[in-house]
Design a protein around this ligand. Structure first.
Ligand code: XIL
Length: 358
């Protein structure tokens, strides 16, 4: 009896030490945050998913539930239960939280078209930001204040996207949003977040110039902005246009404005890869490793988030369906929450990353 009682604790300690740490620990050693977008309601309902999340991540961003439409489904009516659940989950698991996103042109208030006009747009926007950012005051690591406001293809000289907000309030809506967010939550690092900036193509170069122009003009006017969010929705086939020095030069310019950089929505579409799983996983892992190795050379990069954690829950399943119909394999964990070569690649990048202050 005595022998047995003494033996069991040893065994369980052995089992624990054998278990490989999560990416959050490798990230922390490099002075970085690692996390993912969390899906609702599965974070509440799928215990294995929640356990994997807690094991791997030290920062969480709600995938949809803080966007304008989901969080304010009718005027003045706010739905906070899902994000409140996530905020509690973060507290329980010693994890930071990002807010996404206060102002965007899609997933908008369903009542926008009937209620909002040039006369009341400013009031509605201000109230939205004060209410939503105010609810999580002091609890957010950072907020994506404005998402995807640059789109040179729309033909404006300043490169801004023609959105309902721009049409109703003019380009000043961006500055207004940052000022409101800062008064609602003075501790959150306020972020401008955008996509389509990863490759060495003329179109993406034009967009990088336009983003820099926006960031520069905000800083010149002393707008409270602290970070730039690089979405980094990558694609295996398009990745032939990736050049590390182009990405690094862009990050240098962003950092020279005094901004931190977060990789906010990393995933790698596998549409054009063959079905063979081993081959596909290796190819996707190489993209993760190449991109993150280049990105983390820039000391201003402080956080890496993938847009989802597991192939079980990823927007790419619908958005980048494979021609053969086989399930996508685009994130660090597979559908059974097992670690894939992409997970190993991210781990290697964190181990090799130049250390930085958290
Ligand atoms: C996506 C979500 O993942 C989907 O579930 C939703 O249907 C559409 O939005 N850029 C962003 C994210 O900033 O908010 C988007 O998220 C993906 C692209």
């Amino acid at each position: 009896m005595v022998l047995q009682a003494a033996a069991w604790p040893c065994l369980s300690v052995l089992a624990q030490t054998r278990q490989e740490p999560g990416l959050r620990e490798y990230a922390a050693k490099a002075g970085l945050l690692y996390g993912a977008a969390a899906a609702w309601p599965v974070l509440r309902d799928d215990a294995d998913y929640a356990a994997a999340f807690a094991r791997e991540c030290n920062i969480l961003v709600p995938e949809n539930v803080l966007k304008m439409g989901p969080v304010q489904p009718s005027p003045g009516v706010f739905r906070f239960e899902p994000a409140d659940f996530m905020a509690d989950f973060c507290r329980q698991h010693n994890m930071r939280m990002r807010g996404h996103t206060l102002v965007w042109h899609t997933q908008m208030w369903p009542w926008f078209k009937t209620e909002v006009n040039a006369g009341n747009a400013k009031k509605y926007l201000e109230e939205h930001i004060l209410t939503v950012a105010g609810r999580y005051r002091g609890r957010m690591h950072s907020w994506d204040v404005v998402n995807e406001a640059v789109h040179p293809r729309d033909g404006r000289e300043d490169g801004l996207r023609v959105t309902p907000w721009l049409e109703l309030l003019g380009p000043g809506y961006i500055e207004l949003a940052f000022r409101m967010a800062h008064s609602a939550d003075p501790d959150a690092r306020l972020t401008y977040n955008d996509y389509g900036l990863d490759y060495d193509t003329p179109e993406q170069e034009a967009k990088r110039r336009a983003v820099l122009r926006l960031l520069r003009s905000l800083k010149e006017r002393d707008v409270p902005i602290h970070a730039f969010g690089m979405q980094a929705h990558l694609d295996w086939a398009a990745f032939r246009n990736f050049k590390a020095d182009i990405l690094q030069a862009f990050f240098r310019e962003v950092a020279s404005l005094g901004l931190e950089i977060y990789i906010t929505e990393l995933d790698v579409a596998d549409r054009e890869l063959p079905d063979d799983i081993a081959e596909r996983d290796e190819a996707i892992a190489r993209v993760y490793e190449t991109y993150l190795t280049a990105a983390l050379q820039e000391p201003a990069v402080k956080a890496v988030l993938t847009w989802g954690l597991t192939d079980k829950y990823t927007w790419l399943a619908g958005r980048q369906r494979r021609p053969s119909g086989t399930p996508v394999r685009v994130l660090p964990l597979d559908r059974d929450f097992q670690r894939k070569p992409a997970w190993q690649a991210i781990r290697r990048v964190f181990l090799a990353a130049p250390p930085r202050k958290a």
